[in-house]
Design a protein around this ligand. Structure first.
Ligand code: GDP
Length: 441
């Protein structure tokens, strides 16, 4: 939890997705500006810079995100790019700046899971069609969101100022229809989704109802976000804390740092670290330099454990309680979507597996089934290869012990991505653990 965060409001994580150039950065930047997160002077500066480039002031809002990214890069290194903002009902963390090339990976393996998403789709003639085409990113992102269990969605039908004629209701209805078809295919309950006609550039319907679209009687973007439901805190699940970092502090001892994903950690608890199997006792817990007695899901904490040396706790390890220790796997079946592969992925492929805070080389040992990405039905047994856009069940062997869980029992620890040469190749969830690694505790 960041220091600025007000615990009085429930906290939700948000991702902004959609096809490149459909205005994700502009819309997000403008939203942050309207919500008072960016001052007028900064925007004016960006407008001037943008004018100098000969592109009018079109990039003044998009650059807000670039600046955030830059500041983050200069500051403390956190894997996730984020920015916080507040609406009437919620406190939001924008996980990952749109346009970030690692956003797919971050969405899956980031310290926080997205509770909801804004799908941005341009209503400008031609742009809608390419985003929704077979190769379109709007399509890809919609499938990914569904696979990753992001069930709450707002569709921002963007660039309404650039339809012909401007702010055209007919065009809005057309785009809404097309996007609805896609979302239905993917498996979303379209009746529950708000479609908001906006201009991220001009600001229509972001925070206040737009006078340019009197025909629209629905919610503004911010009101639509406030309709999301609060995710339940998984306190009833076994404790899982993926280790982000470990400090060794003189006079204090070993201090792992991480975010509680599930369960509850209390001072005095006996914990076990996996896959090392080291056991220790929790002496103290801190969040943002404040000592606490108990940490809940969502809390970012540092905690001092007695009896565990620094060698036994590493980034990528997972901490749990002795009565239900984190599972360590040798092999598992996974349901994946091939996000991108330059040619075709075959059995024997050895990418890097990213799951929670862990990064481990792994081998795809078997392509078990090819699935219809829309329905999940099996279309082929033991396919020879998989290409971009394919959905499949595959068998994966991490080449080192890895703590991971089945998605159905602990979803927070059941997602992963396969990466190669800096690109996300596939994303998915652990369907079934087929071989566990025994660890002596
Ligand atoms: P991203 O790649 O999805 O983050 O898209 P950007 O925010 O970088 O915007 C891509 C292009 O579309 C830029 O030239 C923007 O100025 C333009 N754009 C973004 N939003 C709007 C909008 O609401 N109306 C119009 N007319 N142009 C927009």
């Amino acid at each position: 939890m960041s220091e600025r965060q007000k615990p009085s409001k429930p906290h939700l994580n948000l991702v902004v997705v959609g096809h490149v150039d459909h205005g994700k950065s502009t819309l997000t930047g403008h939203l942050l500006y309207r919500l008072g997160k960016v001052d007028q002077r900064t925007i004016e500066e960006y407008a001037k810079m943008s004018e100098k480039l000969g592109v009018g002031d079109t990039f003044k809002f998009a650059w807000v995100l670039d600046r955030l990214k830059e500041e983050r890069e200069r500051g403390i290194t956190i894997d996730l790019a984020f920015q916080d903002f507040e609406t009437k009902r919620y406190y939001w963390t924008l996980i990952d700046a749109p346009g970030h090339r690692d956003f797919v990976k971050n969405m899956i393996t980031g310290a926080s899971q997205a509770d909801g998403a804004i799908l941005v789709i341009s209503a400008r003639s031609g742009e809608t069609e390419s985003a929704l085409s077979d190769e379109g990113q709007a399509r890809e992102h919609a499938f990914l969101l569904k696979t990753l269990g992001v069930n709450q969605l707002v569709v921002a039908i963007n660039k309404m100022d650039a339809t012909t004629p401007p702010y055209d209701q007919k065009r809005y209805e057309e785009v809404k229809n097309e996007v609805s078809k896609l979302l239905k295919l993917v498996g979303y309950k379209v009746e529950k989704i708000n479609f908001v006609p906006v201009s991220g550039w001009k600001g229509d319907n972001l925070v206040e109802p737009s006078p340019n679209m009197p025909w629209y009687k629905g919610k503004t973007l911010v009101e639509a976000l406030d309709e999301f439901e609060e995710p339940p805190k998984p306190t009833d699940k076994p404790l899982r804390i993926p280790v982000q970092d470990v400090y060794s502090i003189t006079g204090v001892g070993t201090v792992p740092v991480g975010r509680v994903e599930t369960g509850t950690l209390k001072v005095g608890d006996t914990i076990v670290v996996m896959p090392s199997g080291a056991v220790g006792e929790v002496k103290s817990i801190e969040t943002h330099h404040t000592p606490i007695q108990e940490a809940l899901p969502g809390d970012n904490i540092g905690f001092n454990i007695r009896g565990v040396s620094k060698e036994d706790v590493k980034r990528g390890y997972v901490i749990g309680h002795l009565d239900n220790p984190p599972t360590v796997v040798k092999e598992f079946l996974a349901r994946v979507i091939v996000v991108f592969h330059p040619t075709a992925m075959a059995a024997g492929y050895t990418p890097v597996l990213h799951a929670h805070t862990a990064q481990i080389p792994a081998q795809v040992v078997e392509l078990v089934q090819k699935l219809d990405p829309r329905t999940g039905q099996v279309t082929e047994e033991n396919p020879k290869s998989l290409k971009t856009g394919d959905a499949a069940v595959i068998k994966v062997r991490p080449l080192k012990p890895l703590s991971i869980e089945e998605y159905k029992s602990i979803p927070q620890l059941g997602r992963f991505a396969l990466r190669d040469s800096g690109r996300t190749i596939a994303a998915g969830v652990v369907e079934k653990i087929t071989e566990v690694q025994e660890v002596k505790i």
